[in-house]
Design a protein. Structure first.
Length: 260
């Protein structure tokens, strides 16, 4: 691995892990959002939390506004960590798209992830009628929407400079999401897919989440929790982590060689 580029936060490095879980953050977010995961993961699981360009460990890089570039960057970052360790991918909101497309790209390279989890995002082919893309809103309107959604950095209102930098990053992320179009007629993945969401999430309504089913020919699972778009934050993180571990462990057990 290139020691000069460290895009991952690795809160508890594990040598020879039983499972390696990679987390992809939401638009405007960073690897920091998933740090609480490590508190409930099995001791022999390795956790890699990716910072995309424009934040965290990559704050000095320009944020990408094209999903093809975002996914290509994520795949290049993940590939050095793809070895004989079972690989699981999880992403929320924008991160759900990045996780899905990274899984698809890895499968195309013959490096099929054991499991992919997506959260807080409608399926790629779902069309939301009559909704203006968030990336087209002016700064004040966009900031109001983001504050209502929750999940904002605590420092966002500290200074005009910070708000300006944050909005540039989140607008690039949202432009990538708004212009994202999956390849028409593509085949489903061959690995399991789990879908998570909040029961009151207007941006990813539970009634629409079943459409993710077409993304995989393998096992499909849905799980919803009380709350809105950021249903898992703060003291609700353990509930999500428990379900992530349960789904991943089940896939790990199924994929393990059986002793005669």
């Amino acid at each position: 691995m290139n020691s000069r580029v460290r895009p991952f936060h690795r809160p508890r490095p594990v040598d020879a892990p039983a499972v390696r879980l990679v987390g992809f953050h939401h638009a405007g977010g960073s690897a920091a959002v998933y740090r609480p995961l490590v508190q409930q993961l099995p001791d022999d699981w390795d956790l890699l939390l990716l910072d995309l360009p424009g934040r965290g460990r990559r704050a000095g890089q320009q944020a990408l506004d094209d999903m093809t570039e975002v996914v290509a960057t994520a795949v290049a970052d993940v590939l050095p960590w793809v070895d004989d360790t079972p690989l699981a991918l999880f992403g929320h909101s924008m991160g759900a798209v990045v996780a899905l497309e990274t899984a698809r790209s890895l499968e195309g390279l013959g490096r099929v992830p054991m499991w992919t989890g997506v959260s807080g995002r409608v399926a790629p082919h779902f069309a939301r009628p009559g909704t203006a893309p968030l990336s087209t809103l002016d700064d004040d309107a966009l900031l109001r929407v983001l504050l209502d959604l929750g999940g904002m950095p605590e420092r966002v209102t500290e200074s005009t400079d910070f708000i300006d930098r944050f909005l540039r990053t989140v607008r690039a992320d949202l432009t990538a999401v708004d212009n994202y179009r999956p390849t028409a007629g593509r085949s489903p993945m061959s690995s399991p897919l789990s879908v998570f969401g909040g029961t009151q999430d207007a941006w990813a309504p539970p009634a629409a989440m079943h459409l993710w089913r077409r993304e995989t020919s393998a096992r499909f699972h849905q799980q919803f929790f009380p709350g809105g778009h950021f249903y898992f934050l703060n003291d609700r993180f353990p509930a999500l982590t428990h379900q992530l571990v349960r789904q991943i462990a089940s896939c790990h057990h199924e994929s393990a060689p059986q002793v005669a």
